[in-house]
Design a protein around this ligand. Structure first.
Ligand code: 5AD
Length: 350
């Protein structure tokens, strides 16, 4: 069993692909020694392309108002306890100005599916950011929209779009989302974004409710075929006002392992070590980087709203998790042998 799993790691390193059954077997075979074996290879693959550089993105959480009701998410519309907020254009522009001074050259605008941000409102915000900071990339993470809307946003200057696919298994997807949300539409969005010209990010939660190794195998197979420019994976962490209460054991280790797997599937991918990883373990973010991640996304939202953008319990948003703690973050990253760089950090494709 063990022998086979090490051979599977060699195979992904060589072919950047496995069969569904092989991915499933690999996930089931996780042991500390397999994890360190694959992490070494993931680090080597990343080094060849990105050296010791770690990219930073300033995350601006523009609204926690959401029309969706995803069972796992703290800002789902049924959560009557959430204190709702939304940032104005001026708020957002001022966050970017502050971020720029701190060295950020990518701004990620993330929010719930808040109908206030119509195309004209959002296009206006994007073009204002781009004209104030033409040397910066704007990434949107605003959920499912029409192709036409994605096109308008792209034309107004948005460079990248993050939309986690959440689960590549249709039945599993349906267990995480109410009926009115459609798996097909989610993937339609991802393919539209790609065709329009965005750098596109997909991703999923590790240890989400009902998730099995077979589901993770489907996620990996999807990543292998879609080759996203960015891939956001992080541990599922329960939120006390949602129906999903428990977190499964070993999620930290599994997340790090999957970061290594994804790095080997697509060595060029931009892979964040997520806030959720930093939330479940005090050196989670460093562990993510040591498993193959090469992006961190400190929080650039106004301090007064950070706690309200609560997708899960106990989200960290101070110290080096805050954009203003960038110096601390730089020191921590340096201690593990990497270097935070202040450049746009586009994907390198050779
Ligand atoms: N735990 C971890 N991640 C979560 N997300 C939403 N709720 C949770 C949770 N409870 C993730 C989803 C979403 C991204 C913005 O945050 O994958 O796409």
């Amino acid at each position: 069993m063990n022998e086979i799993s090490f051979k599977l790691v060699d195979k992904i390193e060589r072919d950047h692909a496995l069969s569904l059954d092989e991915y499933e077997l690999l996930v089931k075979s996780l042991t500390p020694s397999l994890a360190s074996y694959i992490a070494k290879k993931a680090i080597k693959a990343r080094k060849r392309i990105y050296g010791d550089r770690v990219f930073i993105r300033g995350l601006i959480e523009i609204s926690n108002i959401c029309k969706n009701d995803c069972y796992y998410c703290g800002i789902r519309r049924s959560n009557k306890n959430a204190r709702r907020y939304r940032l104005s254009k001026e708020d957002i522009i001022s966050c970017c100005g502050e971020g720029y001074k701190l060295g950020f050259r990518t701004f990620v605008l993330q929010g719930g599916e808040d109908m206030y941000y119509t195309d004209s409102v959002l296009c206006d915000i994007v073009s204002a950011i781009k004209s104030a900071h033409p040397d910066c990339a704007v990434t949107l993470s605003m959920g499912e929209r029409s192709r036409q809307s994605y096109k308008a946003l792209y034309d107004s200057g948005a460079d990248r779009y993050l939309l986690r696919h959440e689960s590549a298994d249709k039945e599993h997807y349906a267990l995480l989302h109410p009926h009115e949300m459609s798996y097909d539409n989610r993937f339609r969005c991802l393919y539209d974004l790609r065709e329009i010209g965005y750098q596109v990010g997909c991703g999923f939660m590790v240890g989400s409710p009902y998730q099995t190794p077979a589901h993770i195998a489907s996620d990996l197979k999807f990543i292998e075929s879609f080759k996203p420019d960015m891939c956001g994976i992080g541990p599922f962490i329960p939120h006390h006002d949602t129906p999903f209460a428990a977190m499964s054991a070993g999620t930290l280790e599994l997340t790090c392992f999957l970061l290594s797997v994804i790095r080997l599937i697509y060595p060029n991918v931009l892979l964040p070590s997520t806030t959720a990883l930093g939330t479940i373990d005090k050196s989670g973010r460093e562990k993510g980087i040591l498993s193959g991640a090469n992006v961190v996304m400190p929080n650039l939202s106004p301090p007064s709203v950070r706690k309200k953008y609560e997708l899960y319990d106990n989200k960290i948003c101070t110290g080096e998790e805050a954009a203003s703690g960038i110096e601390q973050l730089k020191d921590k990253i340096k201690l593990i042998g990497y270097k935070i760089v202040t450049e746009r950090g586009d994907i390198i494709k050779k």
